[in-house]
Unconditional design. Structure first.
Length: 301
């Protein structure tokens, strides 16, 4: 099975678990059944176009969903709502209550983007980004999964890096979304001083570690995990590294994990992204290019 197929299989399993918990459906193969009868699944999706390139992204993604619906037993019902700067302009809030309620009631949310120079950041004023951050917290959206590979040769030529550098790149970033600097206590400038606090709890690190682990287990044999932190400087990163090690050792003892400092990892991503799957841990260890790599990334946006 290709890496793309394994990634889709992982998400199919997640959907299956969600349907089982929410509706009592059983998922067999690619057909959703209930009481031994083949059924058409109707799923509600809230479209959050947002600002900037957001409307274009959502519009094109919707075309893909419509094509999926044409070729499967799935019917998507869409509902557009406001978020970000567009919501501020119309309602004064970056995440209106109507939007939040619609997202909570939907099966899925398709989000574009928020923000732009026409909505400058004002102290204690509404900002487009506040809508996205609140949505993450309210819906418990703590994991961002970003696969990095090139489905076709032609896409390599579109990369800002040379094709010879990115050829064969294949890893996945699993980014923590509801902890850290974005959600810690902060103070706007007072007497020439401002601060933001990066805070992580054991439970926050455990749950993002489990997401990375479950994704790694899609591979056969299981893929290794690279945990990215700044443990040489930050106390929260030292907690992060300890909890990652303990969680994997206790719950996923078959998985391999190595740790990489965030600045070093960022350099490797640009200089030689294939290193992330060719050199992990022991010098004698060589990971095949087809192996899926999981990176837990939290430090930078």
């Amino acid at each position: 099975m290709t890496n793309r197929g394994q990634f889709l299989l992982f998400w199919f399993r997640c959907v299956a678990k969600s349907l089982s918990r929410s509706y009592g459906y059983n998922v067999c193969g690619v057909v959703i059944v209930q009481s031994s009868r083949v059924m058409t699944l109707t799923a509600s999706i809230v479209l959050l176009n947002g600002d900037g390139v957001g409307p274009e992204v959502v519009r094109e993604a919707k075309k893909v969903l419509d094509k999926i619906a044409e070729k499967s037993n799935v019917n998507f019902v869409y509902k557009e709502e406001l978020i970000g700067g567009a919501a501020i302009d119309e309602t004064g809030s970056p995440l209106p209550d109507k939007t939040l309620q619609a997202c909570k009631e939907a099966n899925a949310v398709l989000f574009g983007s928020v923000g732009g120079p026409q909505w400058p950041r004002e102290v204690n004023g509404p900002a487009p980004e506040h809508g996205l951050l609140k949505l993450r917290k309210e819906l418990g959206l703590y994991a961002n999964i970003r696969p990095m590979f090139f489905p076709g040769q032609s896409l390599q030529e579109c990369s800002p890096l040379k094709s010879s550098i990115v050829q064969g790149t294949d890893f996945t970033v699993v980014r923590e979304l509801t902890g850290g600097l974005y959600f810690g206590s902060r103070q706007e400038e007072t007497d020439g001083v401002a601060y933001d606090t990066m805070t992580y709890s054991v439970s926050e690190v455990q749950r993002i570690t489990r997401i990375a682990a479950e994704l790694a287990l899609v591979k056969n044999p299981p893929a290794p995990i690279i945990s990215v932190d700044k443990a040489n400087v930050l106390a929260s990163s030292r907690l992060w590294r300890r909890v990652v090690n303990e969680t994997l050792a206790k719950e996923y003892p078959t998985l391999k994990v190595v740790h990489q400092l965030v600045d070093s990892c960022a350099m490797i991503m640009i200089k030689n992204p294939r290193y992330l799957y060719l050199n992990l841990g022991e010098a004698t260890q060589v990971i095949k290019a087809s192996n899926l790599k999981i990176i837990k990334w939290y430090y930078f946006n």
